[in-house]
Design a protein around this ligand. Structure first.
Ligand code: GLP
Length: 260
């Protein structure tokens, strides 16, 4: 685990963007796993800036998003299709044919989920999976009690997650109960994971995920088993970690080439 604590979400997001940009420069046909929510917004803004000002080239990049609401058409403003268009895809030169999100309108959901897994495999697997974390430790929409070996499938979101994400909908009741999400096992297959968490309301989930036992009650905790997992945290999100000083000491002592 590489735990990197930054003074602000902006500072952490700049580091994350630099890390993604370096991957894309080293591997122009990189396969990226992408996330939605407030957390990656500043990272996406910086990627757009790097595209516009530094020529960061997305033309051969392939993307797979973590999740989508069941029943929302891509044009629905609260869909994750629309979110990704608005906050990243419309502003960089990613090829529409290389963009993938679960199909919230699929009529045969199990077949559609199998096809999503197959598309990830056919693309060569995910090089880097970007993650946020829910206040209950969920990653993607893998809520507590999700199988830690799960693959892309339909899930029911919890009342808490519904409350947390209701802001995107005209009324809380307009929010679907069901989602399609990459499984925990799908996420674990990525060659590298980069989890971002900002703000005090993530502190308990982060402490449990990084320093607690591996448990389906906090699906992010399985990332302790991932060989290349990096965590970019701001101070409030890191505040409940017991070994904070050690993590800072390790990161500060790294040679520049090894730092994110
Ligand atoms: C949703 C998404 C997750 C995201 C989480 C946190 O549940 N499915 O991928 O990590 O929200 O959202 P936020 O970044 O807004 O706190």
């Amino acid at each position: 685990m590489e735990i990197i604590i930054q003074p602000t979400p902006e500072a952490a997001s700049l580091l994350a963007a630099r890390h993604l940009a370096q991957l894309i420069r080293e591997k122009p046909n990189a396969v990226l796993g992408l996330a939605t929510g407030h957390t990656p917004l500043a990272l996406y803004r910086e990627l757009i800036r790097l595209h516009r000002e530094d020529g960061l080239d997305f033309s051969r990049v392939t993307t797979f998003n973590l999740d989508e609401y069941v029943g929302l058409p891509p044009a629905h403003p609260a869909s994750y299709h629309a979110f990704m268009q608005e906050h990243l895809f419309a502003h960089v030169n990613v090829s529409p044919s290389r963009i993938h999100l679960p199909d919230g309108l699929a009529t045969d959901i199990p077949a559609s989920c199998r096809a999503y897994e197959e598309a990830i495999r056919a693309a060569g697997g995910i090089d880097l999976q970007l993650l946020g974390i829910g206040g209950d430790g969920h990653i993607g929409f893998n809520e507590p009690s999700s199988s830690l070996a799960s693959r892309t499938r339909i899930k029911t979101i919890t009342e808490r997650t519904r409350r947390d994400n209701a802001y995107a909908f005209a009324t809380p009741d307009a929010m679907p109960h069901h989602v399609l999400t990459m499984g925990v096992g799908t996420i674990m297959d990525a060659r590298q994971v980069l989890l971002l968490a900002f703000g005090a309301k993530k502190a308990d989930a982060i402490a449990a995920a990084l320093e607690g036992p591996i448990t389906a009650m906090n699906p992010a905790s399985i990332l302790q088993m991932h060989p290349v997992a990096k965590y970019l945290l701001d101070e409030p999100a890191a505040a409940k970690l017991t070994r904070l000083d050690y993590y800072r000491w390790v990161y500060d002592g790294k040679p520049d080439w090894q730092k994110v």
